[in-house]
Design a binder for this molecule. Sequence first.
Ligand SMILES: Nc1ncnc2c1ncn2[C@@H]1O[C@H](COP(=O)(O)OP(=O)(O)OP(=O)(O)O)[C@@H](O)[C@H]1O
Length: 467
Amino acid sequence: MAKDILIVDDEADIRDLVAGILEDEGFEPRLAGTAREALDAVEQRRPTMAILDIWLQGSDMDGLEVLERLKAIHPEMPVIVISGHGNIETAVAAIKYGAYDYLEKPFNADRLIIQVTRAIEAAVLKRENAELRQRAGGELDLVGRSTAMNAVRQAIERVAPTNSRVLVSGPPGSGKELVARMLHLRSRRADGPFVVLNAASMAPERMEAELFGIEEGAPGAETGRRVGTFEQAHGGTLFIDEVADMPKETQAKILRVLVDQTFERVGGRARVQVDVRVVSATSRDLAGEIEEGRFREDLFHRLNVVPLRVPSLSERREDIPALVDYFMAREAEAQGLLRRRVAEDAMAALQTAEWPGNVRELRNLVARLIILAPGDPNTPIRSDMLPSDISASAPAISRAGGNEEIMALSLRDARRIFEREYLTAQITRFGGNISKTAAFVGMERSALHRKLNALGVNTLDKSTQRA
Ligand SMILES: Nc1ncnc2c1ncn2[C@@H]1O[C@H](COP(=O)(O)OP(=O)(O)OP(=O)(O)O)[C@@H](O)[C@H]1O
C-alpha cells in the first residue's frame, strides 16, 4: 500500500518541492497550505505521517498548535516539523509536543527521505511492539498437522494476499482469532494495524462510537473526541469477532462502510475515508440468524466473500499431542516452572475427551496441570491426575491396568501386560485357586498353567491343596 504523507506548509514552493521528492520515492503526498486545511485533511483520512512547517502564515493557528491537535487525534502518527534557520528552540519545543524529529531549512532531499523512512519504520515497530504486548501469550502459527488443519493453513495462504473479506466460522475457542491474525500477517497490509472489535462484549449503545469514533460534545463523548476502530484499522485489518451479536442498526451502518469505505463519526458530519480489510468471525450459524431475522442477509454476503471454517478440536484429535506439548512448553516458560511429561494414558484420555471449549479449554487445562498436578515435576501426569470428566474418557484398559505406559506399547506387548495383570487379579480374587480361576476365565486348567508360566506369574496353586 502506498504511504500517504501530509505536507503542511504555507509556501507553495516548499510544498511542491517536498511533494516531488517524496513522490519520486513512491510515497503519496497530500498538500495543505493552512492549519485548517491540514486538520480537514486528517479528519478525512489519517495519513501515514505528516510533515509540518512550524511557521504557518495566514493561519489562525501556528504549527505547534496544529501539532498538538494532530497528536490529540492520532497520537501514534509520526510528525516531522520543518523549522526556519535559527529556530532550533521552537523545533526542540515541537519534539516535546510529540514531534518525531525536525528538519532545518534549507534541507536536502536525502536527509528528508532518510527522516521520513525512519519515522515510518519507528511507528511500525512501535505498533508491533504494542500489539505483541497486548497479545501476551498469543500464537502466530497454527499448531497441528491434521488434514483438517492443513486445509485451514492452505486456505490462509491462498486468501491472505487477496484483500478479500473473509468470514471465519467455527465453535468457541477453536482458533478463529488466530486465523484472522494469520490472514493479516500474511497479507500486504502486514505492517498496518490489526484491530479487534468484539461485538459480543460491547454494549449495543456504545457500538457505533466504538466503530466509527465520536466527536467532542456528542452525547456519550465524556472523555472527549475518540477515533473509532475503523479509523484505527486504516491501512490494516479490522477483525470483528462474534459478528452475529451486532445490533441490527449497526449492521446497516457497517454495510454502508463496506460499500463505499467512508463513514461519519458519531456527532460529526464530515465523511471519513478509510482503507480497511474486514475479517469477521462467528461461532453461530449465520444462516439461522438470517432466517430468524436477526442478521442482515446483504451484510452476510458482503462479509462472506471467502468463507473459512475452523474445525472443532474433536474433529482433529490427532493434533492434541502436539498442542499439549506446545502449550506445556509455553505455559511452563510463562510460569517459570518445569514442564511435566504427560503419560500415554493421560494423553489417550485427552485425545478422547469431548472439549466443548476446544483449543482454549485444552490450553487452560495444561496451564492448570503444570501448577496443580500432584507429585514432583519429574513424575509424569497420569490419567488419574486429570479432572474427573476428562479422566473418565481414558480408555478403560489403561485405568484398569494402572499402568500409565500401556498406550505407548505395541498390541503384542500391551496384551502381555494386560494378560499378566488380568490373570494376577483374577487369581487373587479366587484366593489363588487355579481351577476356579480357569473355570471363570473360560480356560482349561492346564492351559492356564502354561499361560501363567509363559507370563512369568508365580502362583502357589491352592486348588490342589487341602484346606
Ligand atoms: N491451532 C492452534 N495452535 C496454537 N494455538 C491455538 C490454535 N488454535 C487456537 N489456539 C489458541 O487457543 C486459544 C483460543 O483461540 P482463539 O481465541 O483464536 O479462538 P476463537 O475461536 O477466536 O475463540 P472465541 O470463539 O471465543 O472468540 C488462543 O490462546 C489461541 O492462541
